[in-house]
Structures are given as structure tokens and as C-alpha cells.
Write a protein that binds this ligand. Structure first.
Ligand code: DOR
Ligand code: ZN
Length: 450
């Protein structure tokens, strides 16, 4: 008789970028030790019956804001990572715009302590790249940041002008860090918003008008030009605008190491929804006019856009729901809706499960140096496993979220499909739809030295 392992998941249909195979998984010490026909699996101390269900690698979300330290009233690491686990996300990469920001070694240590205490799932931490902290970047790299994040102006904490951006990219190239950039032209936005405000505009669509496509086209162009000059790896966050895609495509064709992400809200919603639903949809960059989403879907399918992210950016109802659009905060949660929303698109025939796994699991793991530990179900990988209930029909209701923020732009949407079990390094964190993990199981991940 074979030696018993810790855990076996049997009877499922295992999804990879290449296809779907009927197979079982065996797990020992948090690592996958066999992907095999069910009859060939060893005995186990715990067996999960996944008969008839699809089994995917845990989702790697490369863009979340957990607000702690500093803004725990919006979200904290326990609530944010619980929301992640319930959304089938087993690794989050968390943004540095907290207070203190993750812009110095001290700031990183504060966040590491909070995350180590509270996290239900694994996490990587971005360091801030701002024009005030270029000298701190080597320390941040040495202490394991997964990458850097930079805002091109228009953010109170840690933005870069062009000079600092290029220099930051040069330093990042030496340190081997990829830089995620919020690519919008801040001075255009400042002037347009002032003009619209002066004209008495307070309606939701004024937000979109203050950030026209050219803001994204210009900023993405500069990021790629600077990355090419500096020889650095860069990442365009939350791509909202189809007009930037030719720039990304031609950058990639020239060998620039540029990756890009988009989010479910840019793929599913349009400015018409913002007009109807108001400030809940306010986000930066903005949800654009009809037509952009089709371009973004096409960009995912042809590989111009590499991956999906949520940009989980929770705020309170009081902060979001202002009559005057300029007083509403930008951003909303997304961790508990992304997978059901995308599975609904699988049912609609727009995408396949292997495509979803490519964009949500494999590509972010690869870009951020976590592959093949994360993002795949194969021998030697961490046992981050999600079992789907693909036929579950439901309506999105924010009041049911585990996140502190109960607001979602997808409120009332009919969905089909949800994550049912979430396993992080061999431990069941969500069992049959219910959170059972405890804070502190999540571990910090660092990029593989390359
Ligand atoms: O809408 C946004 N919210 N965009 C950002 O870039 C930041 C984020 C936040 O932190 O709230
Ligand atoms: Zn963000």
C-alpha cells in the first residue's frame, strides 16, 4: 500500500492553459506531489470529492488595496484576504498606498507585520516608486518586495514626474524589479476637471470627460518609451482604453518587457452604466464609452493584455455616495465578484476556462516571478487549488460580502458559477462556500531571483 499523503482532491476536471483533463491531485506538506488518474492516487488523511467539478489553480490577483496600515475603516488584511479566499484568490499582490506608504524599509516592515498576523491567503507586497524615495528602492528590493508601483502624478502619495520615472525605471532594471504603473496624464486631468467644475458639472459622466482617452494613450506611450530606454520591466495596471493597445503591441514586438492587466469592470460595464448608477462606478482610470470593452476583450485574446486583476479598492458608502461626483472617492471592491463575473462569461461563450486560467493564474504568476510555484496545478507547485461550482446561479448582493465595503458596481447582476473550495498551500481555507481558515496562514511570497 502507498504511503498516505495529507490531502487528495479526486474526481475533478483539472483546468490548465492547454486544456481540461480528468485527474486527481495529491498534496503533501503544502505542495502538489501527484497529478494522476484517480485510481493511481495515494491514500490521504483528507479526501475531497470533486466529482463533476472543474478544478483550477488558485487565482493570483496582481492588484489589490487592503488599506492597512492607516485606513482600516475601509478594509484590513483579515477582511481583505477573507474576501480574496471567498473569491478563489490564493495569492494577492498588494499596493503600497497605505499610511505609512510602503515606500521605505520601515513602511514595508509595518505592513509585513500586519499582513503576517492577519492574512488568510498568500501575498506579495509592492514597494512604492515615488520621486521622493528613489534611494530607498535597493532596501525595498533586498527585503522582498514583489515589484514597484508608481503613479504618474495625480496621487497624493508617491507620484513621479517624467525625470523621476525614467530614473526609477533605471534603478528598477538594476534591481530586477518590474514596475507597475498607473498610466494617466495628470496635468490634462487637472485642467479638465477644473474646467468642468467651473462650468457647474457635478454629474457622474463629468468624471469620464475629465480623463479622456488621450490621457491613457500619452501615459502608456511614455511608460513604454522610458522602459525601452531604461531596459526595465514594466506593467500597465488596470487598462481601460482600447486606444493604448497598439502601443503595447508594438512595444512587445520590439522586445520591451511590458505586461498589462485589465479588470472585470472595464470588460463588462460602460459609461452608460455610470450614467445610470452614479458614483459607485467612479474609478481611476474611468469606465469608458461602449466599444472600449470589445477592444479590451480582443486584447486579452490576442495576448496584448496579459492578465486580469481586480484593483480591489474599497471605500465606505459615505465616501462613495456623494451627489457631487467630484466628492466621491474612486475605486470599489472586486475580490468577491471577479470570478463569478468571469465564469458567467464562460457560460455565455465569450471565453473558455483555459483562457481564464491563463489570464488569472498563469500570467500574473509568470510576470511577478512566482511561476512555477504559483499559477499552475503541477507536481512541485504550491497546492493552491480552487474547486468551482460552475452551475451555481445567483444574484450579486454586496451586503453578503466579507469585505468591509459592501458596494459593488455589479450589484443585482445575475451570475452563473462560483468558487466553492479554496485551498492555500494544502490547507482548506474555504470549505463548500464557507470561510474556515484563520488569519495568519497566509505567507509573504517573493519573486524568484532571476
Ligand atoms: O480608483 C482608484 N482607486 N484608482 C487608483 O489608482 C487608486 C485606487 C485607490 O487606492 O482607491
Ligand atoms: Zn489600484
Amino acid at each position: 500500500m502507498k504511503r498516505a499523503v495529507d490531502l487528495v482532491v479526486r474526481g475533478g476536471k483539472v483546468v490548465s492553459p492547454h486544456g481540461i483533463v480528468a485527474a486527481g491531485l495529491a498534496v503533501q506538506d503544502g505542495v502538489i506531489v501527484a497529478v494522476a488518474e484517480n485510481e493511481a492516487l495515494p491514500d490521504a488523511r483528507e479526501t475531497i470529492d470533486a466529482a463533476g467539478r472543474y478544478v483550477i489553480p488558485g487565482v493570483v490577483d496582481p492588484h489589490v488595496h487592503f488599506r492597512s496600515p492607516g485606513f482600516e475603516y475601509k478594509e484590513d488584511w483579515a477582511s481583505g484576504t477573507a474576501a480574496a479566499a471567498l473569491g478563489g484568490v490564493t495569492t494577492v499582490l498588494e499596493m503600497p498606498n497605505s499610511d505609512p506608504p510602503t515606500s521605505t524599509l520601515e513602511g514595508l516592515r509595518v505592513k509585513q507585520a500586519v499582513a503576517a498576523r492577519d492574512a488568510h491567503v498568500d501575498y506579495g507586497l509592492y514597494g512604492m516608486l515615488g520621486q521622493g524615495n528613489l534611494g530607498d528602492l535597493p532596501d525595498l528590493a533586498r527585503h522582498g518586495v514583489i515589484g514597484l508601483k508608481c503613479f504618474m502624478g495625480n496621487n497624493p502619495i508617491g507620484h513621479c514626474d517624467d525625470g523621476a520615472l525614467l530614473e526609477g525605471f533605471e534603478i528598477a532594471a538594476e534591481l530586477g524589479l518590474r514596475v507597475a504603473v498607473h498610466a494617466e496624464n495628470a496635468t490634462i486631468i487637472e485642467r479638465r476637471s477644473a474646467r468642468l467644475r467651473d462650468a457647474g458639472r457635478r454629474d457622474p459622466l463629468a468624471h469620464l470627460e475629465s480623463r479622456p482617452s488621450v490621457c491613457a494613450v500619452d501615459a502608456v506611450g511614455r511608460v513604454i518609451a522610458f522602459a525601452e530606454a531604461a531596459g526595465s520591466r514594466v506593467h500597465i495596471t488596470h487598462e481601460s482604453c482600447q486606444d493604448t493597445l497598439p502601443l503595447i503591441r508594438s512595444g512587445k514586438a520590439r522586445g520591451v518587457e511590458v505586461t498589462a492587466e485589465t479588470c472585470p469592470h472595464y470588460l463588462i460595464l460602460t459609461a452608460e452604466d455610470m450614467k445610470a448608477r452614479g458614483p459607485i462606478l467612479r474609478v481611476n482610470p474611468p469606465i469608458r464609452e461602449a466599444g472600449h470593452a470589445d477592444g479590451l476583450w480582443a486584447g486579452l485574446v490576442d495576448g496584448t493584455i496579459d492578465m486580469l486583476a481586480t484593483d480591489h479598492a474599497p471605500h465606505t458608502a459615505a465616501e462613495k455616495m456623494a451627489d457631487n461626483i467630484w466628492e466621491s472617492w474612486s475605486g470599489f471592491g472586486g475580490l468577491e465578484t471577479a470570478l463569478p463575473v468571469m465564469l458567467t462569461e464562460v457560460h455565455r461563450g465569450r471565453i473558455t476556462l483555459p483562457q481564464y486560467v491563463t489570464w488569472a493564474c498563469l500570467a500574473p504568476a509568470r510576470a511577478w516571478g512566482l511561476y512555477p510555484r504559483k499559477g499552475v496545478l503541477q507536481v512541485g507547485a504550491d497546492a493552491d487549488i480552487v474547486i468551482l461550482d460552475l452551475d451555481h446561479e445567483d444574484t450579486i448582493r454586496g451586503e453578503r460580502f466579507r469585505s468591509k465595503s459592501k458596494l459593488t458596481p455589479f450589484e443585482g447582476m445575475s451570475i452563473r458559477g462560483r468558487p466553492l473550495w479554496t485551498i492555500v498551500r494544502g490547507r482548506v481555507v474555504v470549505r463548500d462556500g464557507a470561510l474556515e481558515g484563520r488569519p495568519g496562514w497566509g505567507r509573504m511570497v517573493t519573486r524568484d531571483a532571476r
